[in-house]
Design a protein around this ligand. Structure first.
Ligand SMILES: [Fe+2]
Ligand SMILES: [Fe+2]
Ligand SMILES: [Fe+2]
Length: 410
């Protein structure tokens, strides 16, 4: 089926998940997009180039999943390992039809102006270097505190110092001109920034977007989530593949199958806000760590609910830790308040996690994992009908959980 959505809104909302990696400083991508667009206006660039820059700005750090990598990038002007996230981000965008054209820009967004190979086109160089410049301005802004006059001056002197080496002299001049207005800095406060982008989203169109395109986008964001921990690589893909299969075998219509699959790809988006140490911890979490961890379903909802046309997906995704006895989280819903789509997603999420290797244990066999799920059904936590379908196709469910890539393009 097709979804009636505004792709600007979809990209903007999902880019919030990338910004979550900053934990407390969560508007980095948006500030980079804003500054780049404003500087491009000063330079007299066309509206379509400005749109490109907004998209690139929002997505530019899709290669960063780790809060530790994020903090290096923000706290060091020219971090030695910065190329890793450029390569990864560019590889991710390469696979998504609607973002494909931005991949080379992301590849070079930490490349010094005087280090470009001759083969790179002028447009890519300009886009990439402008993103680099505004990205560094934002890092300096975080390092130096907020943007008082003294700090604005200090930021400007660092940027000017690298004119001709790290940054294109023409872009540095345009930055100096654009940033001389107070409003440039006021716009970077959260509320003003959100207003700025709602206007941009409002100027976009609603289109009938086929499931396949949305799946493509969803898979990219799922990869960002899965990259956060080596132990959970392909967790989301496994859950999506299994959840769709269970939905199909519960004899639900293909529209529901698609909805469940998209919800599954998005279900752990909120985990991007959980610090690496908590997500990677080998032992049990203490109370405070647990409370950070347990809000991720809610945070997934906060991201997805901003997309008009994604109402159901937002709900299903956010309920994947709810249980029928109302002891799940974050809503403590229980019973009839949990729709079948979410019940399926929950079973898929638990089953996949049990059969996958974790830092502190090997993955369980299909029958061991099933025994645990069966008990949870007896305790009225999980839906017994869904468990029945899992039991009837146990081997197939096991394969889909662990080797999702062979099934996802069906
Ligand atoms: Fe970056
Ligand atoms: Fe960045
Ligand atoms: Fe989760």
């Amino acid at each position: 089926m097709s979804y009636n959505v505004n792709l600007r809104e979809v990209s903007y909302a999902l880019s919030e998940a990338l910004d979550y990696v900053g934990i407390d400083d969560t508007m980095h991508g948006k500030r980079v997009a804003f500054m780049s667009a404003e500087i491009a206006k000063t330079l007299g660039w066309s509206p379509s180039r400005i749109d490109d820059l907004i998209m690139i700005g929002m997505l530019h750090d899709c290669g960063v999943s780790s809060t530790d990598v994020h903090s290096h990038l923000v706290n060091e002007l020219d971090w030695d390992n910065s190329q890793v996230h450029c390569l990864r981000g560019s590889a991710l965008l390469q696979n998504v039809g609607i973002y494909h054209q931005y991949a080379p820009v992301i590849l070079y967004h930490h490349t010094h102006w005087d280090h470009f190979e001759a083969a790179v086109s002028d447009q890519i160089k300009e886009y990439a270097n402008l993103i680099y410049l505004t990205d560094r301005v934002d890092a300096l802004r975080v390092q130096l505190g907020d943007a008082s006059n003294v700090e604005r001056h200090n930021i400007a002197s660092v940027i000017q110092k690298y004119s001709g080496s790290m940054f294109s002299p023409e872009l540095v001049d345009a930055y100096m001109e654009t940033s001389s207005s107070d409003s440039f800095w006021f716009y970077m406060e959260d509320e003003a920034l959100n207003d700025y982008f709602s206007e941009w989203i409002g100027a976009g169109e609603n289109n009938s977007v086929p499931f396949k395109i949305l799946k493509n986008i969803a898979m990219m964001f799922a990869s960002v989530v899965d990259a956060k921990s080596t132990f959970t690589s392909e967790h989301t893909y496994g859950v999506a593949s299994l959840a769709r299969y269970l939905t199909e075998n519960c004899n639900l219509p293909s529209e529901t199958q698609e909805k469940v699959e998209l919800s599954a790809f998005f279900h752990d988006l909120g985990k991007l806000r959980v610090a690496d140490e908590i997500l990677q911890k080998a032992g049990p979490l203490n109370e405070e760590e647990r409370s950070h961890m347990n809000r991720h379903g809610f945070d997934s909802h906060m991201i997805l609910r901003k997309i008009k046309g994604f109402h159901d997906i937002a709900k299903i995704a956010s309920m994947h830790h709810e249980t029928l006895d109302a002891k799940g989280y974050p809503y403590h819903l229980g019973g009839d308040n949990i729709p079948i789509e979410a019940r399926i997603l929950t079973v898929a999420d638990i089953f996949q996690a049990l059969v996958q290797d974790r830092p502190y244990r090997k993955g369980l066999s299909a029958s061991e994992a099933y025994a645990i799920i069966h008990n949870m059904g007896e305790e009225n936590k999980l839906d017994r009908k869904v468990i029945g379908v899992l039991a009837a196709h146990l081997e197939e469910c096991y394969k889909r959980s662990l080797h999702p890539s062979s099934y996802l393009n069906e």
